[in-house]
Write a protein that binds this ligand. Structure first.
Ligand code: DQA
Length: 145
């Protein structure tokens, strides 16, 4: 079971800066994740919140809720949320960070991720495909363990 978390402003996908994030909506992204999960033989639960505390609570609860891995796009929290970093560091599930846009090709403040260092790795700039690759990685990792 994989938990897919999307952070602040990702509910605006589809209308938010379409030249950067594309024209597909969060609902489109979540149904793609569910269908990629079905192809991989894993159940996927998708959640979005623009509130840091909700994301932190979901990360804390993920293991006891039965999840085996987490895919997270923390949105702008990536760049400054030590609380989110500590939440990821403080639990034992493997976490993969995903960004739809290529953060390294954008403003310099987006080049910093305070969360990636406590994740297994980071995928950036591959659009929604990044979520698919993150789920494939987690599924391989879980089946190897
Ligand atoms: C983002 C990149 C962040 O810099 C930005 O604040 C977002 C979305 C991405 O998916 O490309 O909200 O995480």
């Amino acid at each position: 079971m994989i938990l897919v978390l999307n952070g602040p402003n990702l509910n605006l996908l589809g209308t938010r800066e379409p030249s950067v994030y594309g024209s597909d909506t969060l609902e489109d992204l979540e149904s793609m994740c569910e269908s990629w999960g079905a192809d991989l033989g894993v159940t996927v639960t998708c959640r979005q919140s623009s509130h840091e505390g909700n994301l932190i609570d979901w990360i804390h609860e993920a293991k006891s809720a039965g999840f085996k891995g987490i895919v997270i796009n923390p949105g702008a929290l990536t760049h400054y949320s030590y609380a989110l970093r500590d939440a990821i560091a403080g639990q034992s599930l493997p976490v993969v960070e995903v960004h739809i846009s290529n953060v390294d090709a954008r403003e310099s403040w987006r080049h910093v991720s305070v969360t990636a260092g406590v994740c297994k790795g980071k995928i950036s700039g591959l659009g929604f495909t990044g979520y698919k690759l993150a789920m494939e990685y987690l599924t391989d990792l879980l089946s190897a363990s």
